[in-house]
Ligand binder design. Sequence first.
Ligand SMILES: Nc1nc2c(ncn2[C@@H]2O[C@H](COP(=O)(O)OP(=O)(O)OP(=O)(O)O)[C@@H](O)[C@H]2O)c(=O)[nH]1
Ligand SMILES: [Mg+2]
Length: 232
Amino acid sequence: MYDYSKLTIIIPTLNEAKNIKILIGKLLQMYKGVHIIVADDGSKDATKAEALSFSGANDVFFLDRSKEKVHGLTASVLDAVEMVKTRDVIVMDADLQHPPEKVAKLAEALESCNLAIGVRQEVKDWGIYRKIVSKSVSTFCNTVFAIRGKKTSSDIMSGFFAIKSDLFKSIISKHKDSYIGTGYKVLLETLKFINSNEKVVEVPYTGFHERVYGKSKAGAKQLKDIIRATLR
Ligand SMILES: Nc1nc2c(ncn2[C@@H]2O[C@H](COP(=O)(O)OP(=O)(O)OP(=O)(O)O)[C@@H](O)[C@H]2O)c(=O)[nH]1
Ligand SMILES: [Mg+2]
């Protein structure tokens, strides 16, 4: 049985009050002993109050980045990783697009590898345009990585992954400046620094759907950042 006190779940947030309440509630109920860091970039809604309502007896930490110079999912995750004290880390979105039930499989995978990636099997609610853009950009990133002898992934844009904290911290300490802090694809950027002979486990999951509460922050700027990060 996996011991969840070995695990810290990092959740980057921006205005996710409704979602974070549901997500943390589920995670604490399902994974006794787990540590959670909510890496928040200055939410204007009740995200902070909702996250803090779980602190106290539970190990839920609210990382307040509202006064930082650089805001973005990537910068927030990198800062949170530096605070981690456990062996294992999982990064997942707050918007309930990453099923809390799959945390178990990702965490267990770290018993036999240093990196495990949640791989979306189908995205039901996406329109044809978003599907084509996503597929084309992923193919482009994987092709560039393959040519350069880097690790590729069936879901290179995944934001749901598990990694040993030692590995993540050592990559960050050497390469922090090369990450696009304002970007969203922290796994894609991390893959560039993973040895090509490293064992990476892929954990498939279904049920990825459009968010129910809150707004998506994805857009043209993110697309530009992905291309920049890939070519860098
Ligand atoms: N810390 C931090 N988190 C962010 C920022 N922008 C978005 N997030 C969080 O990062 C996660 C992913 O953001 P989303 O807007 O859902 O992006 P996405 O999943 O690529 O897009 P959708 O599929 O449309 O939801 C969510 O938990 C957001 O709250 C930011 O600037 N800083
Ligand atoms: Mg999302």
